[in-house]
Design a protein around this ligand. Structure first.
Ligand code: MG
Length: 301
């Protein structure tokens, strides 16, 4: 655990030689959805099968249960006002916690049908909320409540910041999962974990160019593929490198798709995000444990 492999010398400067992978906490069943809240200096993350939202407090180093019985949250994001945006498996919605603590549902249906189980969510610079909607939260009772898909497909959706209208923007994936917008505003990156349901389906990150209105153009182009395991969640750093879960490791790719760095974690990585006051600490949610590594670059968000 913690071995850092540099595949391309151009990436060596992103790694701090004497920094080491820290295991901050263990004891979860399947960790996901990390989001750093700068004003509180804490990291929130999901422990989905245990139906709880956890909190790592940077000041004390302690991890505690933040919200027991939250409703099987998966992915999270922080909006431009610092509010928590959540993907809820049980309610099959995307919601927001307002400053007064109340919960507001932002997205619950598309064309009159309930979503499957929103998985990953991002907030775009214009305030639009983008989220993926595979079926993992309704496939069984482990990560939500078993149910049939009403939509019958798994898409990526965009909620308009002004009208609240919801539009399907990516419709050519089997199980769209992790999402990120490139810091130059040119691309949307989407992970596809469709191999969980179709054994011959390739594990890919697909890059979609955005048109003049900021909407993705289908089909996208394959950015990278993974032979073993899955890509799930990921983030860009401010220089355009993509840091992603990749099976039991974290991979860092250059903007052209070159694999530059592998960080071996030793258990299946679900998601990651940048945090800390300088946004230079990579927080990694893997299967049972929360890890962190300081890096020599800042997260884009
Ligand atoms: Mg995910």
């Amino acid at each position: 655990m913690g071995t850092v492999l540099i595949h391309d010398p151009r990436f060596a400067r992103l790694v701090i030689g004497h920094a080491h992978l820290e295991k901050l906490w263990t004891g979860g069943r399947w960790l996901e959805g990390p989001v750093y809240m700068p004003a509180a200096r804490h990291l929130l993350f999901s422990d989905i099968p245990n139906d709880r939202l956890m909190r790592f407090d940077e000041g004390s180093g302690q991890v505690s249960v933040f919200w027991p019985g939250c409703g099987f949250h998966n992915g999270h994001a922080r909006d431009h006002q610092g509010r928590l945006i959540s993907c809820e498996h049980r309610a099959r919605v995307v919601s927001r916690i307002e400053h007064d603590g109340s919960r507001r549902v932002l997205a619950s249906r598309w064309q009159g049908k309930r979503f499957n189980s929103p998985n990953d969510v991002i907030v775009a610079p214009d305030g639009a909320i983008w989220f993926s909607d595979p079926t993992y939260g309704i496939d069984g009772d482990y990560e939500g409540d078993r149910a049939e898909s009403e939509i019958g497909a798994s898409h990526v959706y965009r909620r308009d910041p002004d009208s609240g209208a919801i539009e399907a923007v990516i419709t050519d994936r089997v199980k769209p999962n992790g999402l990120a917008l490139s810091p130059d505003g040119q691309f949307l990156m989407v992970a596809d974990t469709g191999r969980s349901h179709q054994p011959d389906w390739p594990v890919t990150l697909t890059r979609y160019r955005l048109d003049a209105k900021g909407l993705p153009i289908q089909p996208g182009e394959t950015f990278s593929t993974l032979a073993e395991g899955f890509y799930d969640g990921f983030r860009f750093d401010a220089e355009g490198h993509l840091w992603t879960s990749a099976g039991r490791s974290v991979h860092c790719y250059g903007p052209d798709g070159t694999l530059g760095i592998t960080i071996e974690i030793g258990e299946i990585v679900g998601n990651l995000c940048f945090g800390g006051p300088k946004r230079n600490r990579l927080f990694i949610c893997a299967q049972t444990s929360l890890y962190a590594l300081f890096v020599n670059v800042q997260g884009a968000t």
